[in-house]
Design a protein around this ligand. Structure first.
Ligand code: ADP
Ligand code: MG
Length: 380
């Protein structure tokens, strides 16, 4: 497999034709360090509320796992991380708890987040080696993260062996990953609908001009389906069943092919297993509370956006990213309610990690879009 080289570094091929010379670089990074960096496995990480993705430079995405950690309640020992831990959700004996440390879009559980981050960075090291130099790491973090939380993530990455750690707010990373022209003077809008939060951001000149965040996203949709099953059908269903149903049959806008689905769970009255047939129209109805809240957040962000930028958005449309953007008809629903063109970005579950990987390749962009904490300047 060929290794993608940074644009402004000497290519390995030029080494053969003429000896390496460092003059004439227009990068802001130290040439020697950038040279060593060529041989280390620089890493991009999307620390999402539902999924963590890791991309290694030159190799692409190597880890795509749920942001779940299984912990022994008594000893506090970590028993499993990622997919294995997610399998335990809802099935764990009472001595094991499955934690999603970023569930609400804030890092509610530092220590666990740190462990998860280190586990993922280390597993990259184990699989690909450290390279000659230590890697640089770019991490997408929720935009609601506080200074203390950012510091914790930064330090955890350094403790796990990073030469330098850069933090980028997720809406910015998502926009870059969706291919939006974030450095342009013209504004663009990205709506990132993840598990825990929906983040709406208007971006221009490499900065976030306006943003709003709401707790209405994938998890809330799952909860809405669970509530519906309980209230309307007296049926208790698990979180994962609800998620599967949402993905298979959920929608936000009337479809040509409305169908029915089986809802399986436990009858609240008898305690016995029960299955009921529900229509996709009913499921859409159940999801509408969450969908409407997402629409409201988008509209509220547009309302506070400077008029010049609103005109740009009219032209270029709104890009949606994140797993929640895959809910059928959500693009049409938002387009109808806002009168803006709306489209789902390519491979939306991977936009953030792609955006983080992109800035690893472009040092100047990285300097500009990174979140302030990594510069180690004390807050004034
Ligand atoms: P985060 O960035 O918060 O980790 P993701 O962008 O990975 O979140 O999205 C995860 C969410 O997307 C989950 O709630 C998941 O159920 C939801 N999701 C994934 N695929 C689909 C789909 N096809 N339709 C609706 N929701 C989906
Ligand atoms: Mg995300």
């Amino acid at each position: 497999m060929s290794i993608a080289l940074p644009v402004r570094s000497p290519s390995l091929h030029s080494k053969q034709s003429h000896p390496l010379r460092f003059e004439g670089y227009d990068t802001v990074i130290n040439p020697l360090s950038s040279f060593l960096g060529m041989f280390s496995h620089d890493i991009a990480i999307d620390l999402g509320t539902a999924n963590t993705l890791v991309s290694v430079r030159g190799r692409g995405i190597v880890i795509d796992e749920p942001s779940v950690v299984a912990i022994d309640r008594v000893t506090k020992r970590v028993l499993a991380i990622g997919a294995e831990a997610k399998r335990m959700v809802g099935r764990t004996p009472s001595s094991i708890i499955a934690v999603r440390p970023l569930r609400d879009g804030v890092i509610s559980d530092f220590a666990t987040t740190e462990k998860m981050l280190q586990y993922f960075i280390r597993s990259v090291h184990e699989r690909f080696g450290m390279g000659v130099g230590k890697p640089r790491v770019v991490i997408g973090i929720p935009s609601g993260a506080t200074e203390v939380e950012k510091r914790a993530v930064h330090d955890a990455a350094v403790a796990a062996g990073a030469r330098a750690a850069y933090l980028i707010e997720e809406p910015m990373a998502a926009a870059i990953g969706a291919g939006l022209p974030v450095m342009d003077a013209a504004g663009s809008m990205c709506v990132d609908i993840g598990g825990g939060t929906t983040e709406v951001a208007v971006i221009a000149l490499g900065g976030i001009v306006r943003s709003q965040s709401a707790r209405a996203a994938g998890d809330a949709m799952d909860m809405a389906i669970m509530d519906y099953a309980r209230q309307v059908h007296n049926l208790l269903i698990g979180e994962r069943t609800a998620e599967q149903l949402k993905i298979a049959t959920g929608s936000a806008f009337p479809m040509d092919d409305e169908a029915t689905a089986d809802l399986r769970g436990r009858d609240l009255a008898t305690g016995l297993p029960k299955s009921v047939e529900v229509s996709t129209v009913e499921i859409r109805d159940a999801l509408s509370v969450v969908v409407n809240e997402i629409v409201r957040t988008v509209r509220a962000t547009i309302e506070t956006t400077p008029p010049e930028l609103v005109a740009d958005l009219m032209m270029h449309g709104i890009a949606m990213t994140g797993g929640g953007s895959l809910l059928r008809g959500l693009d049409r629903k938002i387009a109808t309610e806002t009168r803006f063109p709306v489209y789902v970005g390519e491979d939306p579950l991977r936009s953030v990690v792609r955006g983080c990987a992109d800035v690893l390749e472009e040092t100047e962009t990285l300097q500009k879009v990174q979140s302030a904490v990594a510069s180690r300047r004390p807050p004034r």
